[in-house]
Ligand binder design. Structure first.
Ligand code: SF4
Length: 259
């Protein structure tokens, strides 16, 4: 992109849409990385994901979901047993309280069901706006933008907004894209943040957004160096997509846990 004259609103919208299309091609595998089969499981997994990798949460949840199937199960949980099951996710005492309180609130106020409206979801223990949007988008099919740390960093690098408050970012970025695309856009941005545009050393030289990103050069631009920074099972495909020899991506990167 040129930096000679200030970007117009229309120019920014067009660039944002191009970024959205490039991300769709770059990350065809983007999805909610927390394993779940219903809204309650997703709510629980999202609570567990605070300060923890999705991979670790996914290791814990099969046993948890088999043991606790309903909101009433969480409401009546034996605290020590629940703590033990979720201990690997960290902050397990607080998270146990959130899960028990969530179960109770769902039973008391919503007949044990997870409600499908943002205004209701945010009143539940352990569920903030970010979590509520994840649940709406992925369990109810209601378009939602999930402003997590990756989303926030990337849209700022792309200069799509200068807002710093997550709710304002959500509205500002939402206005640039059709509503129907919000949920998948969020997944793709988060995928890009985890696999390419890292917080400390983004893989600029191996990024598909080079021509659209005003922060190109924040990380190494040398393709060989950048290739080593790609992460995840598709790291070699990501390298190939920008014309880099996939063999420059170390095996370690392919199996690395994404943050
Ligand atoms: S060019 Fe660099 S800063 Fe821009 S999106 Fe790609 S990795 Fe991130």
């Amino acid at each position: 992109m040129t930096t000679s004259s200030p970007e117009t609103d229309l120019g920014r919208t067009r660039r944002a849409r191009r970024i959205g299309r490039a991300l769709a091609e770059t990350h065809p595998d983007a999805h909610c990385e927390l394993d779940h089969s219903n809204a309650l499981e997703l709510a629980v997994a999202t609570i567990l994901s605070a300060q923890c990798t999705d991979k670790k949460v996914n290791e814990v949840t099969p046993k948890l979901f088999a043991r606790y199937r309903t909101a009433a199960d969480y409401a009546g949980a034996d605290r020590a047993e629940l703590e033990e099951l979720i201990r690997p996710t960290g902050f397990y005492r607080n998270k146990t309280s959130s899960l028990i309180n969530l179960g109770r609130a769902l039973c008391d106020r919503y007949d044990g069901e997870v409600p499908g409206r943002l205004t209701d979801l945010v009143t539940l223990p352990g569920i903030g706006r970010k979590t509520a949007n994840v649940i709406l988008g992925n369990a109810f099919g209601v378009p939602g933008i999930t402003v997590d740390t990756h989303f926030q960093r990337l849209v700022q690098r792309w200069k799509l907004t200068s807002e710093t408050d997550p709710v304002k970012i959500e509205h500002a970025v939402g206005a640039l894209f059709p509503k129907r695309d919000w949920t998948m856009l969020s997944h793709r941005i988060i995928f890009h943040g985890r696999r390419v545009c890292h917080a400390r050393k983004p893989a600029c030289g191996a990024c598909t957004l080079v021509k659209l990103c005003p922060s190109y050069g924040t990380g190494p631009t040398d393709p060989a160096l950048a290739a080593k920074l790609l992460k995840g099972p598709r790291a070699r495909d990501l390298a190939a997509a920008v014309g880099i020899d996939p063999d420059l991506v170390p095996q370690q990167a392919v199996v690395a846990e994404v943050p």
